[in-house]
Design a protein around this ligand. Structure first.
Ligand code: B3K
Ligand code: ZN
Length: 878
């Protein structure tokens, strides 16, 4: 496989002004006729020949204007078609055959159960027909779909329906026209026997937009939440970004077999069922939140992605980072802002930081890639969103909005670059972002160390920061430039936030954004009346690892006094980390240990203070995850972290048993299920309470748990009780544990998404023997080895969320994963490549495990027919 470089970008030699596609659907032999109106690109060097992308296509016929082409006129290669001589303007007609039924990559046109659907981003359109499959070629599409009317009563594509016809032999056709020029990656087609839920939205300028969600008949009762989320998102984008929807119809289709969450195809979004279907009975609160977020995300792409698209795939974060930032803010406005922020930061710190610290680390704007599918990463998405958030922090909401308006206005209908986005933000604010741009070009997580110095005589408090960025594959840390880092700071006194006076400003305030630009820099606060505890990076104002020499009592002060919810959570988490590290140290020396009393007191305070937001209590009482702890020190001591974490949990459970029971009872509600911040908060605290109570349950607690499992009117409570039972290792609950799993399956075996939950609870079960259980699950009738959701629920969950078993010291977990990857390498390279994640992090483990993990990577590498996807990740990680 070859490497593609950003620096080599050249504009396309030809443009395709209009694209007319006709699909004659057939499982093994779909005929695609494309008629392309092409012109030479005035902005590119002239070219005699035209080279189109194409993959896995059977070429049937080629015609240039009115002339049929013969073999001498063109040349077909593995991934391209070149026509040797073309004029400056011409019409190219091309007929190809493809086989959707055997397309297991779920890219291009494929079958999901009984329906046909497409996934074209990033480079899937070339599996449909020969084309200039690159995002800077924007074309006006007209699409005719022909299929059997009985089997496929619904025929969809982008834009507006302009014609439908009854044809001979039970066939019918539908023709769709999309008036907005778009790159091929936004093309979509769906055909199936689908039911529709319909609604409408009146835009800010008074236009009526028809909204349709297409699902299989069994899922009609699971569309309400997605529809409500869509309408909220449409309204929010008008109010917060001034963005109005542009077509008269917006469609969503739910499909079972889908590599990712969803896809923003113009006017016809295609969704993984897991990201659109929701019903209180079958969907947890987390599921509801995900549907709300993903529906909004795909909708927001209509502007940040579709109306303004990307020039090339190195600009991917231009649409993804920005759109994630938009969906995060939307979800914050719909629910609890603090909870959303804590969840997003947890993802950054556990998963994105791990990516930054591994062999696949790359900048938000990568400089090169082999397979673009490998770059739909936490760095492009989540870190990209953090970078956009930093503009928002530096500019403030008004200027940020002006910058966004300018960006959309200036680039509407174009394929833009990250540079264009920065230029708009710079222009409206008059600020210089030249140093800020290192956030895009340098990989790795910057480390910021801070120290404070209080001078009681002078009443000054100085904060000194030092920043550096570790080595990453593309650059040595010592060669990296300092970042421009916004640091949100407050100073806490004994009784709350202190007024701040910096040299540079007159107006006292309680929070200030310091801008760190040097490798080392000091800021001095004046008139500080008492020795403060600094609250730093409030709201996680920059995606960095920060360190400050807090005393435990300082952290405690932040957990109780800080006005920033995220900062309170963060301080509590740091306390818990210290407590777990203490236990690890004791266990290592086989010494007695006792639970850190400050942590215990903090928990007790949280559980007794009924005035607190239950969601905050739930978050603050949840111990840092195994994955989070694993990111803090190398080599990762898998078992020790697991043991220490469990020990701390058990100690809190035991010493706060009565408090947890009181909290649990306080959270019980008789109200019917609703998805809103308050109710979600109560259920989340109830879940955490149950988890602690079930560490060592009494008969009474066990009965409460079983009652919740049997009587819950919603999946959040029901699955929380099931998980609590499955996680319970107490002999007292042995029977209930087994029963719960069996009953749950019986209840829900016909609901695919609930079965996924059942599978993942078992795959995550950390008790010994997990690999055997996982192998049995793969043979269970509920498993489907071709369905990505099933693969994720079992294989991914086992390898990423069951550390003690996956990292079993005999290497069996690694062999298992490699076996899976080798099968999927042929079947679905994108999924295979994603599964590699945990093996690539081998350098973080002890020498023994390193050897075992590498051995499996080498075994995968020696497979002769490795896909580009898998090849790139394996090669880069060895
Ligand atoms: N843009 C799609 C991602 C498609 C990935 C293809 N490998 C989903 C999204 O980010 O909205
Ligand atoms: Zn996206």
């Amino acid at each position: 496989p070859t490497t593609i470089y950003l620096k080599d970008y050249l504009p396309p030699a030809f443009l395709i002004e209009k694209t007319h596609l006709t699909f004659q659907l057939d499982p093994e032999k779909t005929t695609v006729t494309s008629v392309l109106q092409c012109v030479a690109n005035p902005k590119a060097a002239p070219s005699q020949s035209l080279t189109l992308h194409g993959q896995d296509l059977k070429l049937v016929r080629l015609q240039l204007n009115n002339k049929a082409l013969t073999a001498a006129d063109y040349c077909v290669e593995e991934e391209s078609l070149t026509i040797h001589a073309v004029p400056d303007a011409f019409t190219l007609t091309c007929v190809t055959e493809i086989s959707p039924a055997t397309n297991s990559s779920l890219e291009g046109l494929y079958k999901s159960r009984t329906m046909y659907c497409t996934q074209c981003e990033a480079e899937g359109f070339r599996k449909i027909t020969y084309y200039l499959d690159r995002p800077d070629v924007l074309s006006e599409f007209t699409t005719t779909v022909i299929g059997d009317k009985q089997q496929f009563p619904v025929l969809l594509s982008n834009g507006n329906l302009v014609a439908s016809e009854q044809l001979e032999n039970g066939f019918h056709s539908a023709t769709w026209h999309d008036p907005f020029k778009k790159p091929a990656y936004l093309f979509a087609l769906v055909a199936g026997d689908l039911q529709v839920v319909e609604d409408n939205f009146i835009t800010c300028s008074g236009r009526n937009v028809v909204l349709k969600i297409f699902v299989e008949p069994k899922d009609l009762d699971k569309c309400e939440h997605a529809m409500a989320s869509l309408k909220n998102a449409m309204k929010w984008d008008e109010e917060v970004y001034g963005r109005e929807y542009d077509l008269d119809i917006f469609m969503i289709v739910a499909v079972d077999d889908f590599n990712m969450g969803a896809m923003e195809n113009k006017g016809l979004n295609i969704f993984n069922t897991s990201c659109v279907l929701a019903n209180p009975k079958t969907t947890t609160d987390a599921g509801f939140a995900r549907v709300e977020g993903v529906v909004a995300h795909e909708y927001f792409h209509n502007w940040s992605g579709n109306r303004v698209t990307c020039r090339d795939w190195f600009q991917l974060s231009l649409k993804e980072g920005f759109t994630v930032f938009r969906d995060e803010e939307f979800s914050s406005d719909m629910g609890s802002r603090t909870v959303k922020r804590v969840e997003d930061v947890n993802v950054m710190r556990t998963l994105q930081f791990a990516e930054d610290g591994g062999p696949m680390a790359h900048p938000v704007q990568p400089a090169s890639f082999m397979e673009i599918s490998n770059f739909y990463t936490l760095t492009i998405y989540e870190k990209g969103a953090e970078v956009v958030r930093m503009y928002h922090t530096l500019l403030g909401p008004e200027l940020f909005r002006q910058g966004s308006d300018l960006y959309f206005e200036r680039h509407d209908g174009e394929a833009a670059t990250i540079e264009d986005f920065t230029a708009a933000m710079a222009e409206v604010s008059g600020r210089d972002f030249s140093q800020f741009k290192y956030w895009y070009s340098q990989a790795g997580t910057p480390v910021v160390k801070a120290e404070g110095d209080y001078c009681a005589q002078a009443k000054t408090f100085s904060l000194t920061f030092e920043q550096y960025c570790p080595d990453t594959p593309e650059a040595k840390g010592s060669d990296k430039k300092p970042y421009h880092i916004p640091v949100n700071v407050s100073l806490l006194g004994k009784a709350g936030l202190l007024p701040l006076t910096l040299d540079s400003q007159a107006q006292p305030q309680t929070e200030v954004v310091l801008e760190l630009t040097e490798a080392q820099q000091t800021f001095v606060f004046n008139d500080v009346q008492e020795e403060p505890v600094p609250s730093l990076f409030r709201g996680f104002s920059a995606p960095v690892k920060s360190a400050y020499p807090y005393k435990k009592a300082d952290l405690l002060r932040i957990t109780t006094q800080d006005s920033d919810g995220f900062a309170r959570f963060d301080a509590m988490q740091q306390l818990a980390v210290v407590a777990i590290f203490d236990v690890m140290a004791a266990l290592r020396k086989q010494e007695e240990w006792q639970l850190e009393p400050l942590l215990l007191n903090a928990v007790k305070e949280l559980l007794t203070n009924e005035a607190l937001d239950p969601a905050m209590v739930a978050l603050m009482c949840t111990l840092p995850s195994q994955a989070y702890m694993s990111g803090l020190a190398t080599p990762i001591e898998v078992e020790l972290i697991h043991q220490a974490r469990n020990a701390v949990k058990a100690a809190i459970a035991e010493q706060c048993f009565d408090l947890w029971l009181a909290v649990y009872n306080r959270c019980l509600s008789t109200k019917a299920y609703a998805f809103n911040a308050n109710d979600v908060a109560l259920r989340s605290l109830k879940k955490v309470a149950l988890e602690y109570l079930m560490v060592k349950p009494t008969e009474e607690v066990l009965a409460l748990c079983v009652k919740q499992f049997n009587n819950a009117d919603n999946m959040t409570d029901e699955s929380a009780a099931m998980s609590a039972l499955v996680d319970c290792t107490a002999p007292l609950a042995a029977k209930e544990r087994v029963d719960a799993l069996a009953q749950f399956y019986e209840r829900w075996k016909d609901e695919a998404l609930v079965v996924n939950l059942w599978l993942s609870v078992q795959a995550a079960d950390s008790t010994p023997g997990a690999l055997k259980r996982v192998e049995a699950l793969l043979k269970h009738p509920a498993y489907d080895s071709a369905n990505p959701n099933k693969i994720r629920s079992v294989v991914s969950v086992f390898c990423n969320q069951n550390a003690v078993n996956f990292h079993a010291i005999d290497g069996s977990g690694y062999v298992f994963l490699a076996d899976q990857i080798l099968v999927l390498n042929k079947q679905n390279p994108q999924i295979a490549s994603r599964l590699l994640g945990p093996l690539t992090k081998w350098q973080k483990y002890d020498v023994n495990r390193q050897g075992l993990m590498r051995e499996q990577l080498l075994r995968i590498q020696s497979e002769p027919a490795l896909s580009k996807d898998v090849y790139e990740v394996v090669a880069k990680s060895l």
